[in-house]
Design a protein around this ligand. Structure first.
Ligand code: ZN
Length: 679
């Protein structure tokens, strides 16, 4: 029993340490330990919890990684409704609001100004220090229970200090920072999936995934902006102090919030951010102005479904108008025929826009966009701008409705034809997209090739758009497997290729043979299988072969795989051409198995490494990853079990300890040599 007591104490200690480092990293943005040291703590905790499941609790930091998927979200009734805010679109409207409320309460009002972040509003209930329910706003009275997904957000505390009220609810905005949004959309574009129109949709879509493991991979963040209610302990009497109080409990509060003494200061706060909104790491569509005193908030109350004591003062949208010259069609990697708008160039928010996305024919029809129209375009983040709507009042009668099949009609062949290869065009039942039916379509092959070598795929550096086009045109690469049969002399024949860059490219191709299975699956470019789905499939199947053999039923049995994906996976492996390509990849030595460490691959088995000081050739994480890939283990502290201490520049106290214990020390060069020998 004493033994169990010790285990429990160790688990509690680890949880406290990890929570502390989470807070330093996600909330304060000021970590105290390296990622590797953090990983080490997590590994130990996970190991103990697996061995002693009786000590696993819902607030354990290991539970952030994403629990099992659910069939549907449960419904949560909000004890206190989540109201929506009234809007002001001009200074006059702001002043009118101010006049209305100051008349009602009489006397001086002071405010808090906050950014209105475009995300997903949630209510979080904590009972006895633990996060128990996280729910969406829903209709304001009932929301969806997305607790499991919200747990995956690193900046959200799963438990709070004992000074916190025994039961309380905070509200916050879940959002996707711009960087994460752009990354997600780039991945989706590479996957041929529809793009998220804006960070708001992306955040909402991510937070409402039925599979929390998908949510866990999305870089969501949250700012807490309100205390809903609190029981059992007194809380501050102003909004500003409440936010400071919530910050002290470990919640992430936006550092851009300001206390504003007068309505003039509110105007100033708005003006300064309207100009700088592009610099913010998140998308904000305005500011929220709140009366600071909670007593006055209570006296002002609500009107309809809106609180009287707060208002959203919106920024003007980043929009512009221009003429849509014509609609053209490009051929995607999976053969989709993608319409896009060619615009008369126009500057919107300091960027010149020439093209805009048009998702599909149905979408164009629904928005009634015609060639020759004056259109309103809108930019959000770094993604391709979108057409919001045509300005119908400016039509002159010469605008042309868009019909994809007419546009690509080939009068000689007397049928619609792929604009790139002339092949027949097909449309799958229930889908909105048309496809080029020719798997050997040059446009498709080139797109597939670019996708195959991309970062998220085989990550073969040095083969960009131009080189892949040249390889294809010269007939050197007809499908992706040909890459592994390229000869030095073939590449040297290409224009502008020097021996050194040829060597680099061949080296990168060679290295890519060890790409992890998930990325290989992604690189193959199976329709509807993006990076996340590819990872999920790689986790379920131990090899590409096993995946290829899987029936649609078996695939659908995986919770996150729907019938559409199952169908496209089985269809992909049924195609003779694809099977041939995979055979050739295998023959070339591309690893098509999950990374199970086999005996011959673990030359460093049983050897424990500790690193101290700064490394020149790689980051500490990279070095540790390479050691582990060869079966070695890495620790953050020197103990008697340590086999090697790798000594980088400016080593820390670990060196003295290693000397005292007589542990073998090696330099970075020696480590490199060791890794090379063993690889
Ligand atoms: Zn084609």
């Amino acid at each position: 029993m004493a033994e169990l007591g010790k285990v429990k104490a160790r688990i509690e200690k680890l949880k406290a340490q990890i929570n502390h480092h989470n807070y330093r990293y996600y909330v304060l943005d000021s970590p105290e330990i390296s990622d590797a040291e953090y990983d080490e703590l997590m590994r130990e905790l996970k190991g103990l919890e697996e061995k002693y499941p009786q000590f696993l609790t819902s607030d354990s930091p290991t539970q952030r990684v994403g629990a099992k998927p659910v069939e549907a979200f449960g419904v949560v009734e909000h004890p206190l409704p989540l109201l929506s805010l009234g809007n002001a679109f001009s200074e006059e409207e702001l002043i009118a609001w101010y006049n209305r409320i100051s008349k009602l309460v009489g006397g001086q009002l002071s405010f808090v100004g906050e950014h209105k972040i475009d995300g997903l509003a949630v209510a979080l209930t904590y009972v006895n220090r633990r996060l128990t329910i996280g729910a969406t706003r829903g209709d304001g009275f009932h929301g969806e229970d997305i607790t499991q997904n919200l747990r995956t957000i690193g900046s959200l505390p799963l438990s709070v200090p004992k000074e916190a009220p025994p039961r309380f609810e905070v509200r916050g905005e879940v959002f996707l920072p711009k960087v994460g949004f752009d990354k997600l959309n780039k991945e989706r574009a590479a996957e041929g999936l529809p793009l998220f129109a804006n960070p708001r949709n992306a955040a909402a879509g991510s937070a409402r995934q039925l599979d929390p493991r998908v949510t866990a991979r999305r870089p969501l963040d949250i700012y807490i902006y309100m205390l809903g209610y609190a029981e059992g302990r007194p809380t501050p009497s102003s909004h500003w102090e409440t936010m400071e109080y919530l910050g002290s409990l470990g919640f992430k509060v936006n550092p851009n919030n300001r206390k504003l003494a007068t309505i003039e200061q509110v105007s100033h706060f708005y003006d300064s951010w309207r100009e700088r909104r592009e610099d913010l790491p998140y998308e904000a569509d305005g500011i929220v102005v709140k009366v600071d005193s909670l007593d006055l908030q209570g006296r002002l109350g609500d009107i309809g479904h809106e609180p009287r004591w707060a208002i959203a003062y919106k920024f003007p949208a980043i929009q512009g108008t221009t003429r849509l010259k014509k609609i053209e069609i490009s051929v995607g990697r999976t053969g989709t025929l993608n319409p896009y708008a060619v615009l008369e160039p126009v500057a919107v928010g300091g960027v010149t826009i020439r093209k805009a996305a048009l998702h599909n024919e149905d979408d164009i029809r629904r928005k009634d966009i015609r060639e020759g129209d004056i259109v309103i375009i809108q930019r959000a983040g770094e993604v391709i701008p979108e057409i919001v709507a045509p300005v119908k009042g400016k039509r002159r009668g010469r605008e042309k409705e868009f019909r994809l099949l007419e546009k690509i009609y080939d009068s000689k062949k007397k049928r619609p034809a792929c604009p790139e290869c002339g092949a027949e065009v097909v449309k799958a039942e229930g889908e909105v997209m048309y496809y080029c039916s020719n798997a050997a379509c040059p446009a498709q092959i080139q797109e597939r090739l670019e996708h195959f070598v991309s970062r998220g795929g085989m990550d073969i550096r040095g083969i960009g758009e131009r080189l892949s086009a040249a390889l294809f045109e010269q007939g050197l690469v007809r499908d992706v497997s040909d890459l592994y049969y390229l000869k030095e002399k073939d590449l040297l024949k290409l224009e502008g290729m020097a021996e050194k860059s040829v060597g680099n490219i061949l080296g990168a191709i060679e290295k890519s043979k060890k790409t992890p299975l998930g990325r290989v699956i992604f690189a193959l470019g199976i329709r509807h299988v993006g990076g996340e789905m590819a990872e999920i499939l790689a986790n379920e199947f131990s090899s590409l072969d096993e995946l290829a053999q899987a029936s649609a039923e078996k695939l659908i049995a995986i919770t996150t795989v729907g019938p559409k994906i199952a169908e496209s996976v089985t269809a992909f492996f049924k195609q003779k051409e694809n099977r041939r390509i995979i055979k050739r990849l295998e023959k070339a030595g591309v690893r098509l198995k999950a990374e199970k460490i086999e005996a011959r691959e673990i030359p460093l088995a049983g050897q424990e490494f500790v690193i101290t000081g700064r490394l020149e050739n790689f980051s500490r994480q990279q070095a540790e990853a390479q050691i582990r890939a060869l079966g070695g283990s890495t620790k953050s502290d020197v103990t008697r079990q340590t086999d090697y201490l790798v000594v980088g520049a400016e080593p820390g106290s670990k060196l003295a300890k290693a000397k005292a214990l007589g542990i073998k020390q090696i330099s970075e060069e020696e480590l490199l040599r060791l890794l090379e020998q063993k690889t």
